[in-house]
Design a protein around this ligand. Sequence first.
Ligand code: ZN
Length: 132
Amino acid sequence: MIQKIDHIGIAVKSIDEAMKIYTEILGLKVTGIETVEEQKVKTAFIPIGESEIELLESTSPDGPIAKFIEKRGEGIQHIALRVDNIEAKLKELKEKGIRLIDESPRLGAGGAKIAFIHPKDTKGVLIELCER
Ligand code: ZN
């Protein structure tokens, strides 16, 4: 079951720079900064009500976030939906013929299990499934 929008991922060149918009201007708080080496990304989480904003900065010029910014500039990169059983949801999508970037879940920031659905099957929106 899909429970809520867990977070919205925003690709930025610099977390330190981008953070100021959310903290100094919007008055929100950053609760955690974490590097996920496997995905070549540094993340900062900013809770807003039941959801969060996830700022994403590449740790390497060949990482997926660096490539995204190169192609499309800074901005919204993905939307993450919280599910209660990620394996079951992936299986269900696969059976419906939806292309998956991750056939099985991998470890994301904050110890979450995550998997991405291919944007070619979601009208250009990169959707992350996430189980915590
Ligand atoms: Zn995410």
